[in-house]
Design a protein around this ligand. Structure first.
Ligand SMILES: CC(C)C[C@H](CS(C)(=N)=N)C(=O)N[C@H]1Cc2cn(c3ccccc23)CCCCCCNC1=O
Ligand SMILES: [Zn+2]
Length: 164
C-alpha cells in the first residue's frame, strides 16, 4: 500500500509480474535481475518486496519503446535507458525500460533497474558519480552498488533495516 504520511514513500511495497518482457534475454533472467535489483534496496531498508502477479501492484515493470501511454515517450537506442515514477497510487512506482536498448551484456539491466527502483522508492539524483543515483549510466561494481549517500538517503525515507 502507499502511506500518505506526507512524505512520498511506501509502507510495504509489492512488485508486479513484469508485463511486457524484452526479447533480448530469457524471461526468467529478467525476473531474476529485477528481483535482485529490488533486493539491493530492500537489503538496506525495512522494505520487503513481494512478487505479485496482479496488475494493480505497486511497481509495474514493462519493457516498451517510443510512445507507450505516458507523457514520456522513449527515444530509441541509447539516450534515455529507462524511467520510473516515485511512490504513489496508479502509475506511482511504475518502471519502464526502453526496449530499443540491447538488454544483455550491452546495457546491464541489473544496474539500470537498481537505479530505477531508487526513483520508484522516492530517491532523486545525486551529483556524486559514486552514487547509484548518478544521472548517467556507468559500469559499476555489482557487489556493493549502494554508496554511503544512497543508504543515508534511503534510511531518511524508510528508516534503518532492523536486525531480525
Ligand atoms: C542512469 C540511467 C540508468 C537512467 C537514466 C534515465 S532516468 C530518467 N531514470 N534518470 C539515463 O538513461 N540516463 C542517460 C543520460 C544520457 C547520457 N547521454 C544521453 C544522450 C541523450 C539522452 C540522454 C543521455 C549520453 C550518451 C550515453 C547514452 C546512454 C546512457 N544514457 C544515460 O546515461
Ligand atoms: Zn535517474
Amino acid at each position: 500500500e502507499y502511506s500518505d504520511q506526507g512524505s512520498k514513500r511506501w509502507t510495504k511495497t509489492r512488485c508486479s509480474s513484469i508485463g511486457r518482457y524484452t526479447s533480448d534475454m530469457a524471461p526468467s533472467t529478467v525476473d531474476h535481475l529485477i528481483g535482485s535489483a529490488l533486493n539491493v534496496w530492500g537489503s538496506a531498508s525495512p522494505l520487503t518486496f513481494v512478487r505479485s502477479f496482479s496488475h494493480n501492484a505497486d511497481i509495474m515493470v514493462d519493457f516498451v519503446t517510443r510512445e507507450h501511454g505516458d507523457s514520456y515517450p522513449f527515444d530509441g537506442p541509447q539516450g534515455t535507458l529507462a524511467h520510473a515514477y516515485g511512490p504513489g497510487t496508479g502509475i506511482g512506482g511504475d518502471t519502464h525500460f526502453d526496449d530499443d536498448e540491447v538488454w544483455t551484456t550491452g546495457i546491464n539491466l541489473y544496474l539500470v533497474a537498481a537505479h530505477e527502483f531508487g526513483h520508484a522508492l522516492g530517491l532523486s539524483h545525486s551529483n556524486n558519480p559514486e552514487s547509484l543515483m548518478y544521472p548517467t549510466y556507468m559500469k559499476r561494481n555489482q557487489h556493493n552498488l549502494l554508496s554511503r549517500e544512497d543508504i543515508l538517503n534511503l534510511n531518511m525515507l524508510y528508516g534503518r533495516r532492523t536486525k531480525i
